[in-house]
Design a protein around this ligand. Structure first.
Ligand code: PMV
Length: 327
C-alpha cells in the first residue's frame, strides 16, 4: 500500500485541558484554547504493509519502548477499524520538539499520526474527523490539526468533543519564548497528573467552572488582538492549573525553583511596562507570551539571572499537512 507523510505542529494551551470526564474517548472537563506553533513539529510516515507480522514503529530512528509501541498500536487499531483493514503498519516519526518536556510533543505526534495513518489506510477524513481521531491519542492533539488560535470544545461525546480554528492566520504580533529549564522526560505525565488533580484536589470543580468561564473573554481578546488581556487570562489559568496539583493530596509539582525564578522575572518585567505573561504545562519549562519587539529585552533579562538557559522563539504556525510519498 501507499505511504503517506504528515507534518503537525505542537500547540500551547492558553486555556488548559486538565482532566477528563471520559478516559477512553478523552472527553475533557474544560473547553481549551491554544496557539499552534511554527517552530516545533512532528513528521510521521505511515505505510500499511501486508508482509509485516506486527506494527513497526520508530521515533527519531529508534524503535519505541514496548509501552509506547502498544499505545501507538492501539491508536492504529482505531484507524484499522474505521478503514476495515487488519494490516500492520510501518511508522516512522521524527520529532522536532524536545520529547516529553512539557512542550506537548504528544499533540504534534498524534495529530501527525492521525493524518498520515488515516490517509495511508485509504480514509479521506475531514479536518473535524481528524481532530476527533487525534483526540483519542492525546487530548491536546485534537487542536494540532488546525493552525493559529484553536478552540477544542469539550463537548459531551465523540462527535461534539472536537476542535475548530478561531483564527487560522495570525496576522498580528504575538510570540512565545520557550525557556527550556529541562529537556528530560517529566516524572508525572499529563495523563497521570490531570487524573490526580481531578481526584485529589479539593478545588478541582472550582477550577473547571472558572476555566470554562474564561473561554468567552479569551475569544474576545483573540478577536481584538489584545495581547495584554490574552496574556493575563492565560497566565492566571496556567497558575490555577498548577495550583490544583499543589493542593492535591498527595501534592505534586511540575515547576522547579528555576521555573519560579522565570515566573518572577516575568512579573518584574511586566511591572517595568512590558507585555509579558507566563504559561506552563506538565513540565518545568516556562513559555513567555510576548510581543516580538520585546525579545531582546526579555532574553537579556533572562540570561542575566540564568546564563545557562536555552530559549527558543516560537511564532504562530500552520495546521496539519499530509502528502503521498513520491507523489
Ligand atoms: O494532551 P495531553 O495528554 O498531553 O495533555 C495536555 C495537557 C496540557 O498540556 C498541560 C494542557 C493542554 O491543554 O495542552
Amino acid at each position: 500500500m501507499v505511504a503517506f507523510t504528515a507534518r503537525a505542529h505542537t500547540n500551547i494551551a492558553l486555556l488548559k485541558y486538565w482532566g477528563k470526564v471520559d478516559q477512553q474517548l478523552i472527553i475533557p472537563t474544560t473547553t481549551s484554547i491554544s496557539l499552534t506553533l511554527d517552530e516545533f513539529y512532528t513528521e510521521t510516515t505511515v505505510e500499511f504493509d501486508p508482509a509485516l507480522p506486527n506494527d513497526q514503529i520508530t521515533l527519531d530512528q529508534q524503535p519505541l519502548k514496548e509501552k509506547d509501541r502498544h499505545k501507538i498500536s492501539i491508536f492504529l487499531n482505531l484507524i484499522r477499524t474505521q478503514a476495515q483493514i487488519n494490516t500492520f503498519a510501518r511508522v516512522q516519526s521524527v520529532n522536532h520538539v524536545p520529547t516529553a518536556a512539557g512542550l506537548a510533543s504528544s499533540a504534534s505526534a498524534f495529530a501527525a499520526l492521525a493524518g498520515a495513518g488515516s490517509a495511508a489506510a485509504g480514509l479521506n477524513l475531514s479536518q473535524a474527523d481528524l481532530s476527533r481521531l487525534a483526540r483519542q491519542g492525546s487530548g491536546s492533539a485534537s487542536r494540532s490539526i488546525f493552525g493559529g488560535f484553536v478552540q477544542w470544545d469539550r463537548g459531551t461525546d465523540h462527535q461534539t468533543s472536537v476542535a475548530h480554528p478561531l483564527q487560522e492566520n495570525v496576522d498580528w504580533p504575538i510570540q512565545l519564548l520557550t525557556v527550556i529549564v529541562s529537556d528530560q522526560p517529566k516524572k508525572i505525565n499529563s495523563r497521570g497528573g490531570m487524573q490526580n488533580a481531578m481526584q485529589n484536589s479539593p478545588f478541582y470543580q472550582n477550577w473547571v467552572e472558572r476555566s470554562n468561564g474564561l473561554v468567552k473573554p479569551m475569544q474576545t481578546a483573540i478577536n481584538q488582538h489584545d495581547l495584554a488581556t490574552l496574556g493575563t487570562i492565560a497566565e492566571q489559568n496556567a497558575l490555577e492549573m498548577h495550583a490544583q496539583n499543589m493542593v492535591a493530596n498527595p501534592p505534586f509539582f511540575y515547576l522547579t525553583d528555576i521555573s519560579w525564578q522565570i515566573i518572577n522575572l516575568v512579573q518584574d518585567l511586566r511591572q517595568s511596562g512590558l507585555q509579558v505573561y507566563a504559561t506552563m504545562d506538565a513540565g518545568p519549562n516556562v513559555k513567555i507570551i510576548s510581543h516580538p519587539d520585546d525579545t531582546p529585552t526579555i532574553k537579556s533579562a533572562l540570561f542575566k539571572i540564568l546564563p545557562e538557559i536555552s530559549i527558543q522563539v516560537a511564532t504562530p504556525g500552520p495546521g496539519l499537512t499530509v502528502w503521498q510519498n513520491g507523489a
